[in-house]
Design a protein around this ligand. Structure first.
Ligand code: NAP
Ligand code: MG
Length: 490
């Protein structure tokens, strides 16, 4: 099961390094394993392996049906090793086991989804005058650097690796330093399933070293990144030097709108899940709650009553709702946002402090937190906190709340709770967000495009269209007429 040491994967080999780093179990604050630390030289080797596999290897030349079979085989092995993957994900991330199970199930479904999608994905025969046969075929974009965050270590790797493999690309995966293990296991599973050597490589090392090197590399054709908005901007700028294709899935500050006619039961339950699932460490966490003034008191009382019932503790306990925070640094960032809101005059209506959890005293735990009496200019209202903290505001009417919901630089998720279908549709069409959840707590299904407006990034993942972001369109213009064409007439 869990090993004491993990190596990187380059060209089908498990590779060690002179340097190692420790990876932790954040729920306990204990060292979990050591990991071979990639340097620029390792990143270079990984790029060369991916380049060679792409330029001279067979993966991209396989009939799509054969690539699809391998993707399905990856899914099948992940299913066989489900318990192990869940256990390691929980140990390395501190998330509640129910969350890890859902996410790893989805990672498996992503491979199955793209196995199906690639078979039906095709180019076009273009409409042209008689004598010409013009068609556009889709070709894999090349070598892709895929940079993964720590909040969904395996699922985010699946969102990137599955469409890239389906398209025929080769990849170099750079997992987050805090959670490198399951991405390394995924790479091993890809080989076991029949992905040829060099097509998938995984180098765990510092983002500022390894990630940066991949983004600047001339032999890398595309970079797909999920993480913070500042690093996303930095990547886009660096990628411009070689005009790499770029997909960015960045931060959020997603509004959650509860109208006076909402089904109270569904709205409270869905809003709780919207902020506290995955311990609030989610890019589309619905972290700005807007409640209509007519139902505000009743809603908040019920929301807080239920938030108090959320169980924090042993992530392996099936009854646990909220896991640990990923690291001490992240906990301090979360707390500093709460303190800043307090200093600016907001009310901490629930939580707002670290929680000591019996048996997990050295872990990083934060109380589910509710902040009320906020104003739009507060730091905690504008910036992404990335923890179990919701800020609550009231509103009076539809137009006003749309304007305020859109008053953010981000545009990833959003949610609407109302029984009025007309209102739901009107509001959904005006929200500046890539995802709108209507009376629905869930935000991601394979097949449904996922991604952001504004500074939440661009490019959609998890959908058929993602395949096009891993492909180039090549138009082939051919003439079959009997007479030669002489455009100059000379
Ligand atoms: P981050 O710094 O953006 O890191 C995300 C990934 O990018 C990691 O693999 C990281 O490697 C790598 N990276 C860091 N600097 C890089 C660089 N200069 N060039 C290329 N790659 C680089 O995010 P974080 O530090 O883990 O978290 C900070 C904040 O980001 C969070 O508080 C949250 O607001 C946001 N965040 C958002 C998401 C999301 O899903 N949208 C996910 C995670 C974090 P290392 O791990 O080695 O640094
Ligand atoms: Mg960082």
């Amino acid at each position: 099961m869990k090993r004491d040491h993990y190596r990187m994967v380059i060209n089908g080999e498990r590779v060690d390094s002179d340097e190692t780093f420790e990876t932790f179990n954040p729920a306990k604050g204990e060292i979990l394993a050591t990991v071979a630390k990639a340097s620029r030289e390792h990143a270079e080797k990984a790029v060369q392996a991916a380049r060679h596999a792409f330029d001279h290897g067979k993966w991209r030349k396989y009939p799509v049906g054969k690539r699809a079979r391998v993707l399905n085989q990856i899914a099948a092995i992940m299913r066989e090793r489900f318990q192990e993957l869940v256990e390691i994900e929980v140990l390395n991330s501190g998330k509640a086991i129910s969350a890890a199970q859902a996410q790893i199930n989805q990672a498996i479904e992503d491979f199955e989804f793209y196995a199906g999608a690639i078979v039906g994905h095709r180019g076009t025969v273009n409409n042209v005058p008689n004598g010409f046969l013009n068609y556009t075929q889709k070709e894999p974009v090349g070598v892709c650097a895929q940079i993964i965050p720590w909040n969904y270590p395996l699922m985010m790797a699946a969102w990137k690796v599955a469409p890239a493999l389906a398209a025929g690309c080769s990849v170099v995966v750079k997992p987050a330093s805090l959670t490198p293990i399951t991405a390394i296991l995924l790479n091993e599973i890809c080989h076991e399933a029949g992905v040829p050597e060099g097509v998938v490589n995984t180098v765990a090392g510092a983002g500022s070293v390894v990630g940066d090197y991949l983004v600047g590399h001339e032999d890398v054709n595309k970079v797909a990144f999920t993480g913070s908005t500042p690093i996303g901007k930095d990547i886009m700028e660096k990628a411009s030097h070689t005009l790499k294709r770029v997909t960015l899935e960045l931060g959020g500050k997603s509004p959650n709108l509860v109208f006076a006619d909402a089904d109270m039961e569904a709205a409270v339950a869905g809003s709780l899940f919207g902020i506290y699932f995955n311990t609030g460490q989610s890019c589309e966490a619905r972290s700005r709650l807007f409640v209509h003034e007519e139902i505000y008191d009743e809603f908040i009382e019920e929301f807080i009553t239920r938030a108090k019932k959320l169980q924090l503790g042993d992530p392996f306990d099936k009854g646990t709702h909220v896991g640990s925070i990923i690291s001490r640094d992240q906990l301090e960032i979360i707390d500093s946002y709460v303190r800043s809101a307090e200093e600016e005059g907001a009310t901490i209506a629930l939580g707002g402090k670290e929680r000591r959890v019996e048996g997990f005293e050295n872990g990083h735990w934060y109380e589910p937190t509710v902040i009320t009496n906020v104003t739009p200019d507060m730091k905690a209202v504008q910036e992404e906190i990335f923890g179990p903290v919701v800020v609550v505001e009231t509103f009076q009417d539809e137009r006003e709340v749309i304007k305020r919901a859109n008053d953010t630089k981000f545009g990833l998720g959003s949610a609407i709770w109302t029984k009025d279908q007309g209102r739901a549709t009107r509001v959904a069409h005006q929200l500046e967000a890539g995802i709108v959840m209507v009376n629905c707590p869930f935000s991601a299904f394979p097949g449904t495009p996922f991604g952001g407006y504004k500074e939440s990034g661009f490019g959609r993942e998890l959908c058929v269209e993602t395949l096009d972001l891993y492909m180039e369109d090549k138009s082939i213009l051919s003439y079959y007429g009997p007479k030669p064409i002489n455009p100059f007439g000379v």
